[in-house]
Design a protein around this ligand. Structure first.
Ligand code: PLP
Length: 439
């Protein structure tokens, strides 16, 4: 009997024993194609010798040193590298152990910035429905996924949730994409005006929405307008790139495609590529210098901040993405992936939309293509698809998200950047077999 506490207590997971390239092997020798990078984590695939060596060398030299006393070469070098490529005025990097921690740090930094900037009344947070920012209480309160929040509502801080930018569902007939983007962004200004123009501390959004919507980018112009609104009212823009960042969309930072830069960015997943748990919060020099000239102390922290072995892994990963030209590989494979998905499912009676950016793709499953009507939530389509795909030897990420209270289902795909063209065909074939089993 196992003493491990699995998340799904009624269906404990299969035991994985090894992984190489784009495949996992379980204890019975069965292989699984990694079609989602384990929720968009394993961007380099598995068993990469350069990353393994970087970690081994660092562990042998300096595995851990508490940031209350020390910094380390891997932390310094990784911060330099990230800032070299980070958009806009991002200038400082705060290393944590994962995505939720990066978001928590961002929320606290936003609050502390306003206090030290002489606006302590700014305490309201605005985020979007159908978003996911993590499972710790602050991050969960920020996220707008009704199902994940439900039983914890009474202990979550109050956050305003406006509409996401979800063209497939919300763009009106005859409305241009540009007008739709401006209409969606207007909700932010309306909410700021409702709360009070000097009351809001930050707006939080994923540039490409991952887990709750299935790789949904905003329409062109949406984030530019969001940036303008934030600037006009002194609201910090926090972009959560935990899932979509670090090359996943074909840009190192996903917001590059939207031609905006945030005041604070959160990254994780692809940064450690699964080799070590690591995340980071990046902020502008304005925020850093305000606190530096004020209290001089960020009132936040964890034991494993800037963990040297994790930073060594992150440094090796980002160097691999850049040195091996993987951003270009993502673009090439992206075209192949979207062509194969459209070929296979473009006319499928239950596929409503195929969207995404880079190697970050979403396939939305609907009961009725014309009405774009999602399946009845009790059908648990996503859970059945996940099981059927797993049996067919594919790890993918089907989710029953929420469309403002109604269930909507999608499959999220985020394969390693090193996936080959034949492996893309295998991935699409296996989704096809899963669909057949669930039909
Ligand atoms: N933010 C986004 C956009 C995510 O997709 C996730 C995880 O899926 C998180 C935050 C939380 O990250 P973690 O699970 O590493 O805490």
């Amino acid at each position: 009997m196992s003493h491990v506490f699995p998340r799904q207590i009624t269906a404990p997971p299969v035991k994985a024993v090894s992984a190489k390239g784009c495949y996992f092997t379980d204890e019975n020798g069965k292989q699984y194609l990694d079609g989602s990078g384990g929720a968009a984590v394993s961007c380099l695939g598995h068993g990469d010798p350069d990353i393994i060596k970087a970690i081994q060398d660092q562990v042998a030299q300096l595995a851990f040193a508490h940031t209350g006393f020390f910094t380390s070469d891997p932390a310094e070098n990784l911060a330099d590298l990230l800032i070299k490529y980070a958009p806009g005025d991002l200038d400082r990097v705060y290393f944590v152990s994962g995505g939720s921690e990066a978001v928590e740090a961002a929320l606290k930094l936003a609050r502390q910035f306003h206090i030290e900037n002489g606006e302590p009344q700014r305490r309201h947070l605005i985020a979007r429905r159908q978003s996911y920012h993590g499972n710790t209480l602050g991050a969960l309160a920020t996220g707008g996924n009704a199902w994940r929040r439900a039983q914890f509502e009474p202990i979550l801080v109050d956050v305003s949730h406006i509409a996401p930018c979800y063209e497939y569902v919300d763009r009106a007939e005859g409305e241009s994409a540009e007008d739709y983007g401006l209409r969606a962004a207007q909700e932010l200004e309306d909410e700021i005006l409702r709360l009070g123009t000097d009351q809001v501390m930050a707006f939080v959004a994923e540039p490409v929405v991952g887990a709750t919507m299935g790789a949904v980018p905003a329409v062109a112009g949406y984030f530019k307008r969001i940036r303008e609104i934030c600037d006009q009212y002194g609201v910090l823009l926090i972009l959560d790139e935990v899932m979509c960042g670090m090359g996943r969309t074909g840009h190192l930072f996903a917001c590059e495609a939207d031609e905006v830069s945030p005041d604070i960015a959160c990254i994780a997943k692809g940064l450690g590529a699964g080799y070590q748990p690591i995340g980071a919060m990046l902020c502008t020099s304005k925020i850093y210098d305000t606190i530096g000239a004020g209290s001089g102390f960020f009132q936040h922290g964890h034991t494993y901040l800037a963990h040297p072995s994790a930073c060594a892994a992150g440094l090796a990963v980002v160097n691999a993405i850049l040195d091996r030209n993987l951003l270009a590989a993502v673009q090439t494979r992206s075209e192949q992936l979207f062509a194969a998905l459209t070929d296979a499912f473009g006319q499928h009676p239950h596929v409503g939309d195929i969207r995404g950016r880079g190697l970050f793709a979403g396939v939305e499953i609907v009961e009725d293509r014309e009405a774009k009507r999602p399946f009845d939530p009790t059908l648990k389509t996503a859970a059945r698809l996940k099981k059927a795909a797993f049996e067919a030897g594919l790890v993918c990420y089907p989710m029953g998200g929420t469309r403002d209270g109604r269930m909507g289902d999608h499959i999220l795909l985020a394969p390693p950047f090193v996936i080959s063209e034949p492996q893309i065909s295998e991935l699409v074939d296996k989704i096809g077999s899963a669909f057949k089993q669930v039909d």
